[in-house]
Design a protein around this ligand. Structure first.
Ligand code: DGY
Length: 331
């Protein structure tokens, strides 16, 4: 029996067949096209002997996993978010992490804006009302929402996606755009986005629509909790397309119920796919299952980028979008 000399990799979830076929040209691929949900123990067992892993952004890669999987050299997320990686532990273990930036920026910004509009104009609530057979007559204030054009769009986290949302708001809807970020953008980028830098308190207090686009980390955990919600206008909407855990979901559900703020649109949740039960019962929230980057074209581009990172690093010694640059060991 011929022994393969190709490096062995694992693809943790079902993925586009053409991406799998590309990977198979270079690697011995163990895939999961049945899309079984593996426990962390099962994942660890499957990683034995693998040099690379194609991850979906949810699989925790930390010191314990790395110690148990010494053959691993690269973990390639198909997502731009990489809070599943303990990058310090990966660097210490000589394991590269890669993500999938840029290819999803505009698609995700489109969705952020769609969720903002659905939330502010109460589209989901109105649709449920109609489908429920409750529409018997038109009335002057039926599902009256809040204005989008000309209002103040506040963005917390002004990376590529935040900038895409800013441009949509300023150029498409004549919104006044303010933002807060760890570091201020350069003047040319601010001018391009027509966005003004403000402090976090001013952002919260001035926002008609607050969009969260910051990465999740221990430092950003519960960035929006009861105290921050209390600073917002009672007419304001809150949109989270970033990560669960940035918002304290229990506090948000209470704020929506008490009308501390008017409405929220959420694509991400603490502990997803579990959704806080209190959010399921408040009417003034639009809930979507983490689909901000979900167009087939964008998801395909994300998957190709993860595959190209695996091929680039394990075959050619250079990944495209490394998070913790390392030099590949060619042993
Ligand atoms: C990402 O890429 O991090 C998104 O959240 C997945 O769509």
């Amino acid at each position: 029996m011929a022994i393969s000399t190709k490096p062995a990799i694992l693809v943790v979830r079902a993925i586009f067949p053409e991406v799998l076929a590309k990977l198979a040209q270079h690697f011995d691929v163990e895939s999961n096209q049945a899309d079984a949900l593996w426990t962390p123990e099962q994942l660890q067992a499957k990683l034995q002997g693998k040099q690379g892993v194609f991850t979906m952004g949810a699989e925790r890669i930390d010191a314990a996993v790395l110690a148990a999987c010494p053959s691993l050299k690269i973990c390639a997320n198909m997502t731009v978010g990489y809070n599943n990686f303990d990058l310090a532990a990966m660097t210490a273990a000589g394991v590269l992490g890669t993500n999938a930036p840029d290819v999803l920026t505009e698609t995700t910004a489109d969705f952020g804006f769609a969720l903002l509009m659905a939330t502010a104009r109460r589209i989901a609530e109105a649709e449920h009302f109609l489908r429920g057979g409750h529409w018997t007559r038109w009335s002057y204030d039926m599902f009256a929402g809040s204005e989008i054009h000309g209002s103040t769009l506040a963005i917390l986290g002004m990376g590529r996606i935040g900038q895409g949302i800013a441009r949509r708001g300023a150029l498409g809807f004549g919104m006044k755009v303010i933002y807060h970020n760890r570091s201020r953008l350069d003047a040319a980028t601010e001018a391009d986005c027509k966005a003004a830098f403000v402090g976090k308190d001013e952002l919260l207090q001035t926002a008609d629509h607050l969009v969260l686009v910051l990465p999740y980390s221990a430092q950003t955990h519960h960035t929006i909790s009861a105290a921050e919600l209390a600073q917002m206008k009672p007419t304001a909407t809150l949109i989270n397309i970033a990560r669960g855990g940035i918002v304290d979901d229990a506090a948000l559900a209470a704020a929506l119920r008490n009308k501390t703020i008017a409405a929220a649109g959420l694509d991400v949740f603490e502990g997803e796919p579990h959704v806080h039960p209190d959010l399921m019962t408040v009417p003034n929230v639009v809930l979507t299952p983490h689909i901000a980057s979900a167009t087939l074209g964008t998801r395909l581009a994300m998957a190709h980028l993860a595959a190209d990172n695996l091929i680039g690093y394990l075959i050619h010694g250079q990944a495209l979008t490394a998070l913790n640059p390392l030099s590949v060991s060619q042993d």
